[in-house]
Write a protein that binds this ligand. Structure first.
Ligand code: LLP
Length: 407
């Protein structure tokens, strides 16, 4: 198997396993494909990269170079975004249950702030009253690929409930805020093309009530991220052109109808830019014929937690055995001392042997960023490939890294 024209077995031999490999050219293609779909003659469109999906500086550089801003969720991510040298109006700060100190950092950095709650506004103005503020509105509904990643609706911890939207903007207006925006993020990983126009319509109808009551206009409407990618052959990619067309139409019509002004359309997707541009290489350590057949590999939920956390499904390629019949039914497991350390349950698989190289697909989003050194199995290496150049972008974590922090 090759990634960006480079044989994976060569990368594995040189850098070891488990290792994440990114095709940085593919990230560039993904970004440009998305930007091309979301363009409009009169509606200003701003696309921010939700760096939580993968915040490696090499990836942030590619994304920024190709015209995206950054959406960050913590002071650490904000620091990484500032390090890219992007102008302040291309950086969003969209955290939740924000501390006073982090709001101070965000305000003093001069970036755009999406507040998670009215209480956040009170913490923010202990530092100062910004000229512009945006609130994250929970429109009362949400849709994610899994319940655990559905971030809107009555069970979600995020955002200002829409019943309190008027109160939020009124509080901000009375405190002296002059310019306003609104944000939502209702779920991650959906493949439903109807979802975005439908949620945008719902958000705008809530904002209509705000503008009617308070006479304010909105400069910025951010409909969040959440664009899914296919994780298996049974799933189809989203139709971005169709989504864009429907969203622009709704934004134009509703802005006019509800006197919202001429807001820009902003988005902050993560997964769709990097998900299919990352692979996790892992090697078979041992094969066990137990009550069922287990293929034990050197990655586990400490390396890629999505299967354990959400029962997320990834696809697997055995290097050099791509054409073999899938004659076995196996579960692929890691070495962590937990029963949930299963990367795939009961999947058809070719006959494999110890030391075979397995490549886990679609691991570029929420992969290494969610890894941890549990059981003292340290975090993996990361390799980037760009224009034919293969580069180690993160060296493998070692036990010495751990001891450096121990007092
Ligand atoms: N904006 C905000 C405020 C978010 O909370 C998120 C994701 C995004 C943007 C980007 O969403 P995306 O376009 O990547 O779907 N760890 C999970 C995904 C959690 C997403 C949380 N928020 C997974 O592995 O599927």
């Amino acid at each position: 198997m090759k990634i960006n024209n480079v044989a994976v077995n060569k990368i594995a031999e040189k850098y070891g396993t488990p290792t994440y490999v990114y095709d940085l050219n593919k990230i560039e293609t993904n970004v440009n494909h998305f930007r091309k779909a979301f363009q409009h003659d009169t509606i200003k469109t701003e696309i921010f990269f939700a760096m939580k999906a993968n915040c490696h500086p090499a990836i942030l550089d590619i994304v920024a170079k190709n015209g995206l801003g950054m959406d960050c969720v913590s002071p650490g991510e904000l620091q990484l975004a500032l390090n890219t040298g992007l102008p302040k109006d291309k950086i969003l700060y969209t955290a939740n249950y924000e501390s006073e100190a982090e709001l101070k950092f965000a305000l003093e950095s001069g970036v755009i702030i999406n507040l998670d709650d009215i209480s956040s506004f009170h913490r923010l103005i202990r530092t100062g009253v910004p000229e512009f503020i945006s609130f994250r509105i929970n429109p009362g509904k949400g849709r994610g690929k899994y319940e655990q990643i559905t971030t809107g609706g009555v069970k979600a911890k995020f955002g200002v409930p829409f019943e309190k939207a008027i109160e939020a903007y009124q509080t901000a207006k009375e405190a002296g805020v002059k310019r306003f925006g609104a944000h939502m993020m209702t779920g991650s990983g959906t493949l439903d093309n109807e979802h975005f126009p439908m949620m945008l319509d719902l958000l705008l109808s809530h904002l209509g009530k705000v503008s009617e009551k308070l006479g304010i206009e909105f400069e910025f409407i951010d409909m969040g991220g959440g664009f899914g990618i296919p994780y298996g052959k049974d799933e189809a990619p989203m139709n971005l052109q169709l989504i864009a067309k429907n969203c622009y139409k709704i934004l134009e019509e509703r802005s006019r109808e509800f006197h919202l002004g001429n807001p820009s359309l902003s988005m902050e997707p993560g997964r769709i830019f990097v998900g299919d541009a990352g692979w996790l290489m892992t090697r078979v350590n041992g094969i066990k014929e137990s009550y069922k057949k287990f293929i034990g590999v050197d990655a586990g939920f400490h390396t890629l937690i999505r299967p354990a956390l959400y029962a997320a499904k990834h696809t697997f390629i055995v290097d050099g055995k791509e054409e073999l019949p899938l004659k076995d039914i196996v579960s692929i497991c890691g070495q962590i001392c937990e029963n949930t350390d299963i990367l795939a349950h009961d999947i058809p698989f070719p006959a494999v042997a110890e030391k075979d190289l397995i490549i886990i697909e679609n691991a570029g989003a929420y992969g290494n960023v969610m890894s941890m050194p549990y059981n003292m199995r340290m975090r993996p290496a990361e390799v980037g490939i760009y224009n034919g150049e293969v580069k180690l972008i993160t060296r493998r974590e070692t036990i010495d890294d751990y001891f450096r922090r121990i007092q």
